[in-house]
Ligand binder design. Structure first.
Ligand SMILES: [Zn+2]
Length: 100
């Protein structure tokens, strides 16, 4: 069973606005300058990295430095609204492939 929190639209709007601001900070620019996806660990050009909320906003996550990571587009679109624990299961299938 998947538990979805009832996050008010107002809160989502506020957190998304904060994310837009966070993308302009030197903190974020340093993150993407490293060019590494937080999830798969692959290297990408900074422009291909997106800001991902570890705990998605729709699941009650906030736009804080601790909850925002640089993710490649592939990981970001696969992760979507999964919580870290749900996403962990997906990552494990990835590492399985590496050992095949
Ligand atoms: Zn990735």
């Amino acid at each position: 069973m998947t538990f979805y929190m009832d996050v008010p639209e107002e809160q989502l709007r506020k957190e998304r606005a904060k994310a837009r601001e966070l993308r302009k900070t030197s903190w974020w620019k340093n993150r993407i300058a490293e060019g590494r996806c937080y999830y798969c660990g692959e290297h990408f050009p900074p422009k291909e990295l997106t800001l991902d909320h570890v705990v998605p906003l729709v699941r009650g996550g906030k736009t804080t430095k601790g909850n925002c990571v640089a993710a490649c587009k592939a990981c970001n679109s696969k992760k979507k609204d999964l919580l870290p624990s749900e996403w962990e299961e997906y990552l494990q299938t990835l590492s399985h492939k590496d050992h095949e």
